[in-house]
Design a protein around this ligand. Structure first.
Ligand SMILES: Cc1ncc(COP(=O)(O)O)c(C=O)c1O
Length: 396
């Protein structure tokens, strides 16, 4: 039989999706599952975005510009300006989700064997994007005890080699919920300037900052215009995960013209979804105020509930809609499977994502899970009850 590639064999499974077969089997048994494993919000997509797709008179569903509709880039640039982020329309490439923006970025700045330093735990698919780009992830550990704040900059410095091309951060963080302070962003800016590295900031959760905290974009730091690359997406901002629209942005013309070659090779981002995303930009600010209020109260309920379960440790998120919880178990993956295969409370159970896959250091985060607070409060309350009862019963 012809053999598959080493790269294909090295591709990691997504820790977010790998328990799906167990969930499917549980559903077949008639069990109701509270899915806290995946960042699929139950928040409604803005009606304007959906209406724009329904109400248009397109006769030919054609390709668009490889960088995305000009009208969309113009409007998006204005959106960023309203958020104090200065990005011109020609400094933007519309992509098929933030996922493709990350792939274009790695493809544009890294050769096989190059290294990217990432604070861990990090969004698990960075491992997949890095593997498919031949890039080596070099983790720098952030700690639950410190709320997953930026590790000391000296820790980054120790890891820089001649192979290092970039530092990649997620702000606010998935899975940590940590929101970097201005001082932390400035420290990162200093180090990339000093060592002539790129800084890639995945800001897909920018709008989700709680308790009045302010988000500091990498694009707002003076002096690193040629180093900074921003990743963005409509998936979470407008609860439009299925649209598959994101973007990459940089003031570095060489980066953007290189990324454009990747963009041309895949022709264009999806047309209908760009129509929806452009219309979504008219969403009034009170939509976000409502959504942020909702996520804040879900977060509070979840964190307070988890803190009351004996042996559970949690870092209170300041943004995004995830938290990492340390559980009184040895192997959180075994526990997560057991929840789906063997446990029920009134014929219901909970699905969580084992956190080890959010680390690239082996044998790390083994007793942690990532929980997404993407369900309404009644369901989060039930999920907490189930987790509490399950942890009492689980032997492991
Ligand atoms: C941190 C982060 N970056 C990027 C993505 C990719 O998002 P999408 O491709 O849906 O835009 C996600 C999705 O969950 C994410 O959490």
């Amino acid at each position: 039989m012809p053999s598959i590639s080493n790269k294909g064999q090295a591709m990691p499974e997504s820790p977010i999706r790998k328990l799906v077969p167990y969930a499917e089997a549980a559903i077949k048994k008639g069990r109701n599952i509270y899915q806290l494993n995946i960042g699929q919000p139950d928040i409604k997509t803005p009606a304007k975005a959906l209406a724009a797709v329904k109400d248009n008179a397109i006769e030919v569903l054609s390709y668009s510009h490889s960088a995305g509709f000009e009208s969309y880039r113009n409007k998006l640039s204005q959106y960023y300006r309203n958020h104090n982020i200065d990005v011109a329309p020609d400094e933007l490439i519309i992509t098929t989700g933030g996922s493709e923006a990350l792939l274009f970025t790695m493809g544009s700045i890294c050769d096989a064997g190059d290294e990217v330093i990432i604070p861990e735990p990090f969004y698990a698919n960075y491992n997949g994007f890095a593997t498919s780009s031949g890039v080596k992830v070099v983790p720098v550990k952030s700690k639950i005890e410190e709320g997953f704040a930026l590790p000391p900059i000296s820790e980054f410095e120790k890891l820089i080699t001649e192979k290092t091309k970039a530092i990649l951060i997620c702000n606010p963080g998935n899975p940590t919920g940590y929101l970097y302070t201005k001082e932390e962003i400035d420290q990162l800016a200093e180090i990339v300037k000093k060592h002539d590295l790129f800084i890639v900031a995945d800001e897909v959760y920018r709008e989700f900052a709680y308790d009045g905290a302010k988000h500091y974009s990498i694009m707002g730091v003076p002096g690193i215009e040629q180093n900074a690359i921003m990743i963005d997406s409509v998936s979470k901002r407008y609860s439009m995960c299925g649209a598959r629209i994101g973007c990459m942005a940089s003031k570095n013309k060489e980066v953007m013209s290189t990324a454009m070659k990747f963009a041309q090779a895949r022709l264009s981002p999806p047309t209908f979804a760009q129509i929806a995303s452009e219309a979504a930009l008219d969403t009034p600010q009170d939509y976000f105020e409502e959504v942020i209020k909702e996520y804040t109260s879900r977060r509070n309920l979840l964190v307070e509930g988890l803190e009351q379960i004996p042996g559970v440790k949690v870092a209170k998120p300041k943004g995004a809609f995830y938290c990492i919880a340390e559980l009184p178990v040895k192997d959180a993956e075994d526990f997560a499977k057991w929840l789906l295969e063997s446990f029920e409370l009134n014929n219901e159970t909970v699905m969580v994502a084992p956190a080890a896959g959010f680390y690239s250091t082996p044998n790390t985060g083994l007793n942690q899970v990532r929980i997404a607070y993407v369900l309404k409060k009644e369901n989060l309350e039930k999920a907490l009850e189930i987790l509490k009862a399950a942890l009492k019963e689980y032997k492991g």
